[in-house]
Write a protein that binds this ligand. Sequence first.
Ligand SMILES: CC(C)(COP(=O)(O)OP(=O)(O)OC[C@H]1O[C@@H](n2cnc3c(N)ncnc32)[C@H](O)[C@@H]1OP(=O)(O)O)[C@@H](O)C(=O)NCCC(=O)NCCS
Length: 168
Amino acid sequence: MLTIRPFEIDDRDEALAARTELDADDFDFLLGYSYRRGFDQYLEQLAAHEQGLGLPDGWVASALWGAFVDGELVGRTCIRFELNEHLLQVGGHIGYGVRPGHRRRGHATEILRLSLDQLAARGIKNALVTCDEQNTASARTIEANGGVLENIIEAGGRRTMRFWVPAS
Ligand SMILES: CC(C)(COP(=O)(O)OP(=O)(O)OC[C@H]1O[C@@H](n2cnc3c(N)ncnc32)[C@H](O)[C@@H]1OP(=O)(O)O)[C@@H](O)C(=O)NCCC(=O)NCCS
């Protein structure tokens, strides 16, 4: 069974390994992580961001959680509790990634489902979830959760598909 939860200090090595693995997809597994500050401080930063504290300019309150199957880190989700102008255009409410060795087992579909539950618990009924037009796997993940395509927008030389997904 897949679960999502905040990272803990014992997740450090696996989380950093996953970060390196997802570099190949140009996907930032540990958004905002800094080697100089280290994992302990990163956990404090994540906890603050969940409370909406210490946010960098342009960020909103969000939860970056790991996804685990039988205790093994298989992916992560970033759940944003509100949308600003940028998120409304391209970023959306939820961003997820699955480690290469764990793909095509339905994990992204389940990660998105559980992330939607977190938004629903905060009263958000419809979530915006976006992906690059070329990202078939992500588009299917969104569709598997009931996503309805609103439009495709062009920004920064990329075409982004914008879906609304029922959260409750
Ligand atoms: C996109 C990603 C999260 C999918 O993870 P996953 O765990 O393999 O996805 P799932 O197993 O839940 O599969 C979801 C759907 O995508 C399909 N799929 C998965 N990989 C695929 C691929 N390489 N090509 C085509 N379809 C694919 C699955 O068949 C499934 O479709 P179905 O429900 O119609 O059968 C993963 O490839 C990834 O982490 N990519 C890099 C980061 C990224 O792109 N994140 C999304 C940013 S918007």
